[in-house]
Write a protein that binds this ligand. Sequence first.
Ligand SMILES: *Cc1c(COP(=O)(O)O)cnc(C)c1O
Length: 381
Amino acid sequence: MVASDIVIPPELRPGDGRFGSGPSKIRPEAVAALADAAPAYLGTSHRRDPVRAMVGRLKEGLAELFSLPTDFEVVLGNGGSTVFWDAMAFGLIERRSQHLHFGEFSSKCAAAVWLAPHLEDPEVIESPPGTHPEPKLSEDVDLYALTHNETSTGVAMRPRKIEEAALTAVDATSAAGGLRVRPGDFDVYYFAPQKCFASDGGLWIALCSPLGIERIERIAASGRYIPPSLSLKVALEEARKNQTYNTPALATLFLMVEQIDWIMASGGLEWAAARCDRSADILYSWAEGSDSATPFVAEVPKRSHVVGTIDLAASVDGAAVSGALRANGIVDTEPYRKLGRNQLRVGMYPAVEPTDVMQLTRCIDYLIDALPEAPEVASLR
Ligand SMILES: *Cc1c(COP(=O)(O)O)cnc(C)c1O
């Protein structure tokens, strides 16, 4: 039997089959609200209301969601988190940064900084996939770059402020809105809308402490060349006027605000984090109890509650499982391509129903029984 011919019984299927780690499930209610608002909103100027008011709601909503002190500011711009790394190299790192490298995204952040001619080579501390390294105090470093959730491996680490005088900048692209954090733990906490915020990609958003803002302003005044589209100072000034430097995607802003409002109305960040805890508990408990699956991340506290990675036994062809799921409308459970493991990766962001994660595990069990044994995948492990 070809894997994609297997029909999963309806009673096992999740209500919504989107388990991607980004882009991720967008709630149908938010899409319906966008359709309702569209005639007066989509296709209107980003220099006027209602779009500027939407940026204002985004800023206020995030300040509330993250309990930001009044002297913190929300800054945003186009290009997603990847572009923020370049903005960081130009406008946030004074001379030298330290990076924790434990997967694809954290390594890309370090790589973006490496070739900047005005910066010294970064200090990079690496650990194998499935773990995370610890930062080291260093007199030589003016910015510590952490990653709250390494989306490629499903490893989460608790962000914390490393040193009083140096900046702590946290890539929270897949963590923000689903994992717990306190404003005292960072100077810059940056992310994009297509993960926990259940919107589309293309924007970056940065929550900045007074020390972070001071750094942005000081570097901008130093005479260093900064391309305007990558200037955090320009973005900061525009954000203060509820704008972005150039045209943002209006639908993306709208869907993100919908998600923030939904989380706030449901109980805020603690509610969202508890919901992700529940999904993660379902997924990892299932894997621990299964003869065919194990959580990839060995240390329980490092297991992400928003992106779960599950190794499959050599007798199970993981690609056939995710392929059969896909053929049944249950999508994006494939592992991160470069990790190269016989694995499933499951996005469990706040928009995902914990009961759907439960149903997903039942679908996987069903497929493991229905698929032929695959000894050839042993070579992958
Ligand atoms: C998805 C992701 C990125 C990349 O985000 P883009 O908006 O696509 O640039 C960066 N870092 C982490 C941790 C991510 O999960």
